[in-house]
Design a protein around this ligand. Structure first.
Ligand code: NAP
Length: 291
């Protein structure tokens, strides 16, 4: 039986996907730059994800750059019918790996073409416009020019759906006036709850919320309280962090990232972990948990 056999699903555009998916960013080299040390291990992670029932992979052509998409293509193409690959555009890398904005219509068009080519697809299921108004956190600034360019590519058939990432509620409202938005991808986890109200608003509107850094990102969450709760439940801290997100709201789709098959299996098994209400209440008081 696969680890996601009984995983619940949620809406992503006009499809249903399993609520536990996979984020491919960790497959590139250190700093998400260049190739991985062991490309064979990266291919094994991707193949294992599909074996275990993953039908939603998050990626971008600026991971590597190009490397992550090329690994996905090498490992999984021709893709199974049910697999949804979601990508993002709006950044480029310099020769040292720095992240630079690339939000002009010409850069966005080139990025969509590059994603299509490297993934070996004729249409991208969902393209997230990742706002570069803020690098590490959302910052206000209009997305109109960029979204208008992406909407044209959607009209031409290169893109099926659009989403937005690293955005404020004002930017989401602006985006929704311009084009249908099927998902929002912002940083959110047990320790970063800035988007609490936004998640509930999006749930009411039928829009998926896809937290990035669900495990805390490059420095995964560490807390004695979380470790103690995990031990009580015979689970791991990362599984508790993911189960809490799954129980937080039905419109949340998870894309935890890992470069390890063992971590991948551990994370996918969180689909089977039900947290008692009393545990959710303790986790909700994250700062007290760590006193
Ligand atoms: N839109 C955006 O701006 C944006 C930004 C960042 C990420 N993303 C997307 O979101 C996805 C998820 O974010 P993320 O990968 O950066 O962060 P994450 O999922 O919060 O955490 C990944 C980190 O946790 C470690 N990890 C994973 N599973 C573990 C386990 N079971 N036990 C211990 N450590 C574990 C990984 O190391 P190992 O490799 O050693 O397992 C890696 O260091 C990415 O893959 C990417 O697709 C989007």
């Amino acid at each position: 039986m696969s680890l996601l056999e009984h995983c619940t699903t949620a809406r992503l555009g006009d499809r249903q996907v399993k609520r536990l998916g996979y984020g491919a960013m960790q497959l590139a080299g250190p700093g998400v730059f260049g190739p991985p040390k062991d490309p064979g291990a990266a291919l094994a992670v991707l193949r294992e994800a599909l074996e275990q029932g993953v039908d939603h992979i998050d990626t971008s052509d600026f991971y590597g750059p190009h490397i992550t998409n090329q690994l996905i293509r090498k490992a999984l193409h021709p893709y199974p019918e049910q697999l949804r690959i979601v990508t993002k555009v709006s950044a480029r890398r310099d020769a040292q790996g720095a992240w630079l904005p690339a939000m002009s219509p010409a850069e966005l068009t080139a990025a969509v073409e590059s994603n299509l080519r490297n993934l070996g697809l004729e249409q991208l299921e969902v393209v997230n416009l990742r706002s570069m108004h803020g690098l590490h956190a959302p910052a206000e600034g209009s997305l109109e020019e960029a979204l208008t360019a992406l909407a044209e590519l959607r009209e031409r058939g290169s893109i099926r759906h659009l989403g937005v990432s690293n955005v404020t509620p004002t930017q989401i409202a602006e985006a929704r006036r311009l084009v249908p938005i099927v998902c929002v991808q912002n940083a959110y986890n047990l320790a970063n709850r800035h988007d609490d109200a936004l998640i509930d608003d999006l749930a009411r509107e039928g829009i998926a919320y896809v937290p990035f850094f669900p495990l805390g990102g490059f420095s995964p969450l560490q807390s004695q309280g979380l470790t103690a709760i995990a031990a009580e439940l015979n689970a791991t801290p990362m599984q508790v962090a993911l189960a809490w997100l799954l129980q937080r709201s039905p419109n949340i789709l998870l894309i935890p990232g890992t470069s390890s098959v063992a971590h991948l299996r551990e994370n996918l098994a969180a689909a089977q972990l039900q947290l008692p209400a009393e545990v959710v209440a303790r986790l909700d008081r994250w700062s007290e948990l760590n006193e």
